[in-house]
Structure formats: C-alpha cells, structure tokens
Design a protein around this ligand. Structure first.
Ligand code: PLP
Length: 153
C-alpha cells in the first residue's frame, strides 16, 4: 500500500485513515487476522475497536518467518480453510520495509514464500509500506573492500 498525495485527490490524507478504512471494509467482529509482530501501535489502535482476533506471526531481522506462518496456518482445520470461517485469518498485515518499530525488512525470498502461502491458504496481504522509498541501495561488498583497502584498514 503506497499512500501518496494523489490518492483520492486528498493532499493531506494520513496513512492511518486509509488503513482504518481498509480494516473496516474487511473485518467483521470475530474475524481472525495475522499480524507481523511486533507492529506499529497505530495499527493496533485501529484494529482494537473492530473486535477481531489477532494472531501474531513471529519475525526476526529478515521479517516474518515463513515457517512460523506456515505452522500457524496448517494448525487450522481444513473445514475452517475451506469454508473461510472466521477462525481462519482473513489477511496478513505487514510493514515489509523498515518495519516500525523493529526496523526489519523482509527479504525477497521470504516475500515469495509468504506470497505462496497466501495463494495456498487464500488470504489477503496488506502491505503498509511507508518506508519503501527510504531504502538505500545495498552497499556492494566489493565497494566496501576497496574502501577498506584505500583507507589502509
Ligand atoms: C508503518 C506505519 N504505518 C502508518 C503510520 C501512520 O502514518 P500517518 O501519520 O501518515 O497516518 C506510521 C507512522 O509512524 C507507520 O510507521
């Protein structure tokens, strides 16, 4: 989800307003949702009044751990999955780049694995990605080595 000034023609719309509207559209009381934990406190505040059940997905410095997500999903009964029951998570909310508050970013490989799980188990992925454009190019190891060599280290 890239929020910018063009969206809806509203120059100063805040990301949290958009997120709240998306959550209100998707969530019925009692629904389950998956959260990349720990997550932005504003998101938690937006979700709390909607009466959903939050399932925290463990993450590390490379973001959500796909194996942990797989374990959570496969623990659900096949009936819940098939019938889209509210015990089965409707969507996964994640901050994929420079997560607030952890600063972690999801790797491309993990993104692919998570996407495959979303297809297999049929849930949505909501990416709240305000920090995407703050990512700097990865420093090439060769550049680091030549800089070290030049400095005599
Ligand atoms: C991941 C994330 N989403 C949403 C917001 C809220 O953005 P805004 O202040 O534009 O509503 C923040 C603010 O810190 C954030 O870190």
């Amino acid at each position: 989800m890239y929020m910018n000034a063009q969206m809806n023609g509203k120059a100063c719309q805040k990301i949290l307003n958009f997120l709240s509207q998306v959550f209100e559209m998707l969530i019925n009381p009692g629904d389950s949702i998956l959260l990349d934990a720990p997550t932005y406190s504003g998101t938690l505040a937006a979700l709390r009044p909607l009466g959903c059940s939050i399932i925290n997905v463990p993450s590390d410095q490379h973001g959500i751990i796909p194996k942990a997500l797989q374990e959570i999903l496969s623990a659900r009964s096949p009936e819940d999955i098939k019938n889209h029951s509210c015990a089965f998570p409707k969507f996964l909310y994640t901050i994929p780049n420079g997560c607030n508050p952890t600063g972690n970013s999801l790797t491309t490989d993990r993104k692919k694995e998570i996407y495959q799980l979303a297809r297999k188990y049929d849930f949505l992925i909501i990416e709240d990605d305000p920090y995407y454009f703050l990512q700097f190019e990865k420093i090439q190891e060769s550049n680091v080595n030549s800089a070290l060599a030049a400095s005599g280290l």
